[in-house]
Each structure stands twice: as structure tokens, then as C-alpha cells.
Design a protein around this ligand. Structure first.
Ligand code: NIG
Ligand code: FE
Length: 444
């Protein structure tokens, strides 16, 4: 008999994302149930077997799923969720025909966010990001990667990463940080990109590593930003401090970033709108995850990455939001799944794996999160849909009604947190009011 302190029952389906545990590539268990102890999953299976196999410890929490679909918490492997300022004017300019690169060349783009972020304190950044993370959580993301890259001085990059660390303490979404000092060349280094790379490698990286403020290293490997040679310098230097590479590759121009990712055995190569399929095949051989970010193509009005051609190579495809104020101002991974299916012709199964297990692979966290199997964290979403396919089929709305992180209900939450700034709190409360599900009769 397995003992549990949390038991979730009355689910129409439990989508484990572990084919060995249920039907089809998603391992779906009809009328499934799940049990956890100490925040970790101890049992999943058909509810009909629960009573015989699992015993509740005294005081165990029981959750009635009211006929919802249960699935793993989403893992968003690529975001820039910490920033100050807003770029809604650029959004309007693009609607009048300006391109992302033209806006950047004119001093807008990333550098506009850099100006605002430099002017903000660590606590300002935390206060701005907290309501965003509440929205992220309400839409089902329980693990998130967040990059620096809007500071571009040693002090401002450290400030961004310190804000990420503080955010991790203040709210339930699990935050993993990436040092992205090579996100853009700051104005004071204009025309001296190599000198800026020296600063990144010789000063910023050691300072970040000394304070253990990041797990990953990223670089915007792109024409007019950092070449593959410069990217390699940054990523190699990061590796010498134990930071794993996951980086912006072949987003706007074919530079060979995907090939570099394969050569360096990066965790992931991200964007890949212009990647060569033969380079993606090399990524597959090297075990690198292809992280596709359809929200960016959508928001910038660009052609999508050729996901089907990539999938034919056998490469693992993750889907992430790229949540940032310039190229993708949206954190909703349910909508990202819709884009993946309707625009990139991924199957609904591939799309759901992209935001769960494969997102976890893109962060090296596949032993911890991304699927519902005994031993992993009990990060569970309850969605008010008749079956899992509706998650991306019925689009533009939030289907997630309840979120558990490490076995605790973290959304909606009636608890007031004294350390939470007011804006975040009111957003959390209004989110809660919108998303409490109508009671459903128990399943027969
Ligand atoms: O992933 N390409 C570089 N970084 C982001 C955009 C960041 C920004 O525009 O602020 C991206 O598209
Ligand atoms: Fe990005």
C-alpha cells in the first residue's frame, strides 16, 4: 500500500505525458487519479484501482476534480519576463510596415527596454514582474526560465538576475535563470562588439558565477548582433563556469546557430525560424532540443519555423512563449499550442509535449518536471475541458482552473501574502474571481 498526503480524484482524464503510463503518445488515463506525498508524485492510475493501492495518511488533502482534465504543469523554457518599460509604440509601428530589425537599428528594440531597465531598481523590477508571473501561473505555467539581457552592464545584469532570485522566493512559479549579457551591443560599445564580448566573458560571467545567479548562458547569435564566433566565445566561457548553453539561434537570418548548438552540445537552440534542416538534424544527433517560439512569428508577422521538417529529423521539439516586451508580449502557452497546431502543423499531441516534457528537456529538468510520473514533483493543472484536445482547439481563453505546485494548490489562492506588492495581489485576486469553475456533478 502506498501512502499519500494528497489525492486527486474525479478527473475525466489524466494526461501523464508518459506513454508507458496510459494510452497513446501522451499516456492518457481515462478517469485517472493521482496521489502525492511531500510534494512528489507517488502513484498515478485509473481511479478504479486507487482504493486498493493507495492509503491516505491522517489529514491528507483530497481534491475533487469535478470532471476536469488533469495534466502536468507547463514548463516555459524561454522568456524575458523581467523588464521595465513598454514597447507598444513599436507594435503600432510594425503594423504600419516597420520591421523588428529596422526599429532596433533606429535605437528602439532591445535598447529601448535596456534604457528603462537600467533606470529601475532591483525591487522595481520585482514589482513589475510579480503580476506577470501571477498571470503566467494562472495560465498553467509552473516552471519558467527567465533571462537577463536588458542591463548590459555588469551591475545591471546582476540586478536583473537578483530580481529573478527574489521573484523565485515571492511566488509559486519555479524560476530558473539564464545569463544573457550578450543579448545586444549596448550604445557605449557601438561598433566595438568584440570589446563588449570581452566584458561579458572577463567580467560579467565571473561575477554571475561567483554569486551563482544563473544556471544557463544565452547569446543572441544574429546578423548585426553577435556572430557565431562571438557566440562560441560566450558559450564556451559560460561552460567553464558550469552554465549550460541555450541560445537564440537562426531567428532572423541563417547564420549557423543551429550547427553551433549541435557542436557545443547545447541544451537547446531557440527560435530557428531560418535554421537549415541539415543543421537541425545535427542537433538531433547531439541531443539538443529545438525550442520553437511561434508567439514571436505571430507577434512580428513573420513566417513560422518549419516545425514539420524539423520533426522529420527526429529532433525533440519544445514550445515556449519568448514572453518579452518587443517580439512576443504574451505568456499563454495554451495559445502557443494553438499556433503550433494551426500554423506549424504540429499535432495536438506534439504541441502538448512541447509545453510540458520537451520544455523540461530544454531546461535539463526532465527528471523533475514536465510529466506526471512517480518520483517527479506534483505540478498538476486542472483544466475545465471535456478532453485534453480542447486545450488548444478552443483558443484564446484560459482553460486552467486550478494549479498545484509541488502538491500545493497555488492558484486560485485565497491566501493574502503580506510580502506581495498590492498590484500583484489585486491581479491575483481578480484572476481568481474570473477562473473559479462552476461546480460540476461528480462523474458516475
Ligand atoms: O527572443 N531576439 C532576441 N531577443 C528577444 C527579443 C527581445 C526584445 O525584443 O526585447 C527574442 O525575440
Ligand atoms: Fe528570446
Amino acid at each position: 500500500m502506498i501512502s499519500a498526503d494528497l489525492i486527486v480524484t474525479n478527473l475525466a482524464e489524466l494526461v501523464t505525458c508518459e506513454p508507458a503510463l496510459g494510452e497513446g503518445p501522451l499516456g492518457v488515463i481515462t478517469r485517472g487519479a493521482i496521489a502525492a506525498a511531500g510534494g512528489r508524485i507517488v502513484w498515478v492510475g485509473p481511479e478504479s484501482r486507487l482504493a486498493a493501492e493507495v492509503g491516505a495518511v491522517p489529514g491528507a488533502q483530497r481534491i475533487d476534480g469535478r470532471g476536469a482534465v488533469g495534466l502536468p504543469g507547463f514548463v516555459d523554457s524561454h522568456t524575458h519576463a523581467i523588464f521595465a518599460g513598454s514597447r507598444e509604440e513599436e507594435y503600432a509601428l510594425r503594423a504600419r510596415g516597420a520591421s523588428y530589425q529596422e526599429i532596433a537599428a533606429a535605437g528602439g528594440g532591445i535598447l529601448s527596454t535596456v534604457r528603462a531597465t537600467r533606470a529601475a531598481s532591483r525591487d522595481d523590477l520585482v514589482e513589475l514582474a510579480l503580476p506577470r508571473l501571477m498571470t503566467v501561473l494562472a495560465h498553467g505555467t509552473t516552471t519558467i526560465e527567465i533571462k537577463s539581457g536588458y542591463g548590459l552592464t555588469t551591475a545591471d545584469e546582476l540586478k536583473m538576475l537578483a530580481a529573478a532570485r527574489r521573484l523565485a522566493e515571492l511566488q509559486p512559479v519555479e524560476v530558473h535563470s539564464t545569463f544573457c549579457g550578450a543579448h545586444e551591443v549596448p550604445p557605449e560599445f557601438k561598433g566595438r562588439t568584440d570589446a563588449y564580448v570581452d566584458l561579458v566573458v572577463d567580467e560579467m560571467l565571473p561575477a554571475v558565477a561567483e554569486r551563482t545567479l544563473a544556471e544557463y548562458v544565452d547569446v543572441f547569435c544574429e546578423e548585426g548582433v553577435f556572430s557565431t564566433t562571438q557566440a562560441r566565445r560566450v558559450l564556451d566561457a559560460g561552460a567553464s563556469y558550469g552554465l549550460r548553453a541555450k541560445f537564440h539561434a537562426d531567428e532572423f537570418v541563417t547564420l549557423g546557430g543551429a550547427e553551433l548548438a549541435a557542436e557545443l552540445h547545447a541544451l537547446s537552440a531557440d527560435h530557428l525560424l531560418k535554421a537549415r534542416v541539415e543543421d537541425v538534424a545535427k542537433m538531433k544527433e547531439a541531443g539538443v532540443t529545438a525550442a520553437l517560439l511561434p508567439g514571436t512569428a505571430f507577434f512580428l508577422g513573420l513566417p513560422y519555423a518549419p516545425a514539420r521538417k524539423f520533426l522529420e529529423t527526429g529532433v525533440r521539439v519544445a514550445l515556449a512563449s519568448d514572453f518579452n516586451p518587443g517580439s512576443s508580449m504574451g505568456p499563454n502557452l495554451q495559445l502557443v499550442m494553438t499556433m503550433a497546431v494551426s500554423q506549424m502543423k504540429m499535432s495536438p499531441e506534439e504541441a502538448l509535449l512541447g509545453v510540458t516534457l520537451h520544455g523540461a528537456c530544454a531546461m535539463g529538468l526532465e527528471q523533475e518536471v514536465g510529466s506526471l510520473r512517480p518520483g517527479k514533483q506534483c505540478d498538476l493543472l486542472l483544466a475545465d475541458v471535456p478532453n485534453w484536445r480542447d486545450l488548444s482547439y478552443v483558443y484564446g481563453v484560459n482553460h486552467v482552473t486550478r494549479v498545484l505546485k509541488r502538491g500545493k494548490v497555488v492558484h486560485p489562492s485565497g491566501e493574502r501574502r503580506s510580502d506581495m506588492p498590492n498590484a500583484a495581489e489585486s491581479r491575483l485576486v481578480s484572476g481568481q474571481a474570473r477562473s473559479v469553475p462552476a461546480p460540476r456533478p461528480p462523474l458516475p
